[in-house]
Write a protein that binds this ligand. Structure first.
Ligand code: IPM
Ligand code: MN
Length: 353
């Protein structure tokens, strides 16, 4: 029996989590596995009521689960940064979820803003380092609030951290077995220490993968190619900050934030799955938000726990619904269906597949 922990979180997080778990449940019944769900209430409301963000005891419990499902974090009454750092980043760091895996796949029937590009052109995966870089939280102020103020935010790159990420990306590219091409995205022409380490590590680890084609793109050029020639990419590996930025661009070219899903992983350990979108507080409780990204994230969670057959059923149900073009627009309130109706359609498709 799998142990699944949910953190529905803030805003529309609980609504999309409901649909994600609805589909997960349909898949479990279809392929025949059991699971136990533990729901937690970490998020803005709990913080405002109790002052507690994400206690260490919760992290200990997460460690022993098979997967964690996160809806969305971000509350209008909480200063930006507190919940993001205190919940999302804390979970990523404390659980050492060093990979953030973000597929960029345009499904048939979904519109991309890129002229003349279709599903065969937009199908790649971004492997984002998830525990270091500019996200390490090391730094501080000197003479804060004075005209002489200094703010330092360190970018941390360890050989171990860079190497395990790059190694994962090579392994993933090999397993994906599509173009067998891995592109490293960096800024080696300016970050001549940090990204020299990335470059050297990429070259060294790459020697172990002669069958994988190696490519390099500077991050600014990467954003250009993602729009101009997205078909050039198979798998991209990049640092935390650049990965954050280019995956939002990736989400847009695959049809928007309503579709993009991600997994925070440490192979062999608990993983955390989430839609890329935020908590969209203004739509809270309206049953209007698109749950597709959230459902896609539950598909990734199925794959992670080892239920790949169930994961395929969920992806196929998503593909069929999108290809049918019943949903004309993926924006909140413009789908022509409610959040729960979209979840029902996908869950039913999984159940009857
Ligand atoms: C993401 C988000 C987070 C990040 C924020 C909410 C801290 O933008 O998952 O991409 O920057 O990693
Ligand atoms: Mn982001």
């Amino acid at each position: 029996m799998y142990q699944i922990v949910t953190i529905p979180g803030d805003g529309i997080g609980p609504e999309v989590t409901n649909e994600a778990i609805k589909v997960f449940d349909a898949a479990s019944k279809k392929v025949g596995f059991t699971y136990q769900l533990t729901e937690t209430d970490f998020g803005g409301d709990r913080y405002l009521k109790t002052g507690e963000i994400l206690p260490d005891a919760a992290i200990d419990e997460f460690q022993s689960a098979d997967a964690i499902y996160l809806g969305a974090i971000g509350h209008p009454d909480v200063k930006p940064g507190i919940l993001e750092k205190g919940i999302l980043l804390k979970a990523r760091f404390e659980l050492d979820l060093y990979i953030n895996l973000r597929p960029v796949k345009l499904y048939p029937g979904v519109e991309t803003p890129i002229k003349d590009k279709g599903p065969k052109d937009i199908d790649f995966v971004i492997v984002r380092e998830n525990t270091e870089g500019l996200y390490s939280g090391i730094g501080g102020f000197l003479k804060r609030g004075t005209p002489d103020e200094v703010a330092i935010q360190q970018m941390i790159n360890t050989r171990k951290g860079v190497e395990r990420c790059i190694r994962y990306a090579f392994e993933y590219t090999k397993k994906r077995n599509k173009e067998n091409k891995l592109t490293i995205c960096d800024k080696r022409n300016v970050l001549t220490y940090a990204h020299e380490l990335w470059q050297r590590t990429f070259d060294e680890v790459g020697e172990e993968y002669p069958e994988i084609e190696k490519d390099h793109a500077l991050v600014d050029a990467t954003t250009m190619w993602m729009v101009k020639n997205p078909e050039w990419f198979d798998v991209i590996v990049t640092c935390n900050m650049f990965g954050d930025i280019i995956t939002d661009l990736g989400a847009m070219i695959q049809g928007g934030m309503g579709i993009a899903a991600s997994g925070n992983l440490h192979p062999g350990k608990v993983g955390m799955f989430e839609p890329i979108h935020g908590s969209a507080p203004k739509y809270t409780g309206e049953n209007k938000i698109n749950p597709i990204a959230a459902i896609a994230a539950s598909g990734m969670m199925l794959d992670h726990i080892g239920e790949s057959e169930a994961a395929i059923l969920v992806e196929n149900a998503l593909i069929d619904l999108l290809a049918s073009q019943k949903i004309k627009d993926f924006g909140a309130g413009r789908m022509g269906y409610t959040t729960s109706e979209v979840g029902d359609m996908i869950a039913d498709a999984v159940a009857t597949s």
